[in-house]
Design a protein around this ligand. Structure first.
Ligand code: SF4
Length: 229
């Protein structure tokens, strides 16, 4: 499992994939990456401290991800990240959280004392597909509500059951409302959710211009950021 990488094309930054306690929700129908979670705090910190040693601060920007929300990282790991931010003169952080922690987002912004781009797994702005089929439990009703807390939605495309209209609407919302977003093309995993190859081809063709959009990061494989397995 690669846990450290550099993103060198858009929004250059270092990225670390850390271990964490179990995702508090843990029930999204498409997710099998919570297998990386652990209940053993010492083991989690040991892995994380080693991974964090790789950070050089060369881009002054760091992204920290785990299989869940940043609020599930142990406090000693958070403290080490904060030390490294100071040591390596990092000026900006990317973090990710589930909607369930929306009332604690500001707490994390205050803790790190540098600007944070807070990502959230939205998957789709279609309320029913998101909370029904995908079982995301992110029950915001409007884009404005989401933007009160979060800066950057992660959208998933290419799932069987999704429609072209849904994806068109998601792209329109993302492009017109956010300074940054990530589009994840769904890759089959051990969950029962399946990739729709025809939909992926349609998306890749219709939205190929996004590759040149500096604010939109399109991941055709979930290891495109260089971390994971
Ligand atoms: S919130 Fe994220 S980590 Fe948790 S189950 Fe859903 S997709 Fe998986």
């Amino acid at each position: 499992m690669d846990r450290y990488s550099e993103i060198t094309n858009k929004n250059q930054r270092e990225i670390v994939l850390l271990k964490a306690f179990p995702c508090a929700w843990g029930k999204c129908s498409f997710c099998d990456y919570i297998l990386d979670n652990s209940n053993f705090e010492d083991e989690i910190n040991k892995v994380n401290f080693e991974v964090l040693e790789n950070i050089t601060g060369k881009y002054k920007v760091l992204e920290v991800i785990n299989s869940g929300s940043c609020f599930e990282l142990p406090k000693d790991t958070l403290a080490r990240i904060k030390e490294i931010i100071k040591e390596k003169k990092i000026e900006k952080l990317f973090l990710e959280s589930h909607w369930a922690y929306k009332n604690r987002i500001q707490e994390m912004r205050d803790y790190f004392e540098i600007p944070i781009t807070f990502k959230i797994g939205v998957e789709t702005f279609d309320y029913d597909f998101r909370n029904g089929y995908l079982n995301k439990n992110a029950k915001f009703k409007t884009v404005e509500e989401l933007k009160e807390y979060f800066d950057s939605p992660c959208i998933m495309v290419g799932i069987k059951g999704q429609t072209k209209e849904m994806i068109d609407r998601d792209m329109e919302i993302v492009l017109n409302n956010f300074d940054h977003a990530t589009i994840n093309v769904f890759v089959n995993n051990t969950s029962s959710v399946k990739r729709d190859g025809e939909l992926v081809n349609w998306f890749a063709n219709k939205y190929k211009h996004l590759v040149d959009n500096p604010n939109i990061e399109v991941l055709f494989n979930n290891t495109d950021f260089g971390v994971g397995d």
